[in-house]
Design a protein around this ligand. Structure first.
Ligand code: 0WD
Length: 263
């Protein structure tokens, strides 16, 4: 169990389909002690159920768009954990009207600000609050998507926010390296979750995705979870500032092989 004796805080669990749920399962299997934040009372019960099923009981409310909420979350956490070893940021948000239609036509200043604040800056804000509590050899991890580096329909301003998040990984890795804190991102293939259902035609995207990916399928939250567990463990002690793709190889393949190979 390569996460034995590691205490890891997971932010961004919404329900059992969340990528954070897969991460929590894998990390539990590897022996980690976990604490969870939930965005609001609305999600508390879901998060509580998943945490209890996995044998964890530290749950704290935190809305990452508010500095006071982050501050009081860490105050509360420090009553139970004097220090900890890792943070998973599995949070992304853009207003629905930004994720439906031609980018230039639907983009707004307000939508841009919200998407960047919640999907990128919140990772820095959570790290800033965590820093005094983090042990040496800690690991911070976020979730990103291919839209950071390639355009695709309807993902729009979230792509810009994910590009910012990936730059954030590199700058945070540089900033925290001397404290022996590592910072990495996982670029996950599309998975049907609550956040993903906000992107117009997401289901259609999944089908074309499976056709082009070398593995011929999409990935699961457990597959993302296993890589997250590895990256937050000492087995990954030499890796920082990296974006690791867990996408069935999709980002490495230009065309679907089945469509062009003679059978
Ligand atoms: O295909 C996908 N599902 C992919 C998701 C592919 C690649 C990356 N990702 C990313 C997402 O962009 C996000 O950063 O993975 C991360 C987790 O997303 P998810 O697991 O797909 O989505 P979901 O289960 O909805 O969890 C995201 C949660 C929110 O859920 P809702 O849907 O209620 O907005 O992020 C949380 C919230 O729980 N969240 C916040 N938490 C605290 N404060 C806030 C906030 N202000 N806003 C959203």
């Amino acid at each position: 169990m390569f996460l034995e004796n590691k205490k890891i805080l997971i932010a961004g669990l919404a329900n059992k389909h969340s990528i954070a749920a897969g991460i929590a399962r894998s990390m539990t299997e590897q022996g980690a002690k976990l604490a969870f934040t939930y965005q609001s009372e609305r999600l508390k019960r879901n998060v509580e159920k998943i945490a209890h099923e996995l044998g964890h009981d530290v749950l704290i409310e935190c809305d990452v768009s508010k500095d006071e909420s982050i501050h009081s979350m860490y105050q509360e956490l420090s009553k139970t954990w004097e220090n900890f070893d890792g943070l998973v940021h599995s949070i992304g948000f853009a207003p629905a009207n930004e994720l439906d239609g031609n980018f230039v036509d639907v983009a707004t200043r307000e939508g841009f600000q919200i998407a960047h604040d919640i999907s990128s800056f919140s990772f820095t804000a959570l790290a800033k609050g965590a820093k005094p509590l983090l042990n040496k050899n800690s690991s911070l991890l976020t979730l990103t998507y291919l839209g950071a580096v390639q355009s695709l329909p309807n993902y729009n301003v979230m792509g810009l926010a994910k590009a910012s998040l990936e730059a954030n990984v590199r700058f945070m890795a540089s900033s925290l390296g001397k404290d022996e804190i590592r910072v990495n991102g996982i670029s996950a293939g599309p998975i049907k979750t609550l956040a993903a259902s906000g992107v117009k035609n997401f289901r259609k995207m999944l089908t074309s995705y499976a056709k082009r990916a070398p593995l011929g399928r999409t990935v699961t939250t457990d597959e993302v979870g296993n890589v997250a567990a590895f990256l937050c463990s000492d087995l990954a002690s030499g890796i920082t500032g990296e974006i690791t793709y867990v996408d069935g190889g999709f980002s490495t393949s230009a065309l679907s092989i089945d469509e062009y190979l003679e059978s």
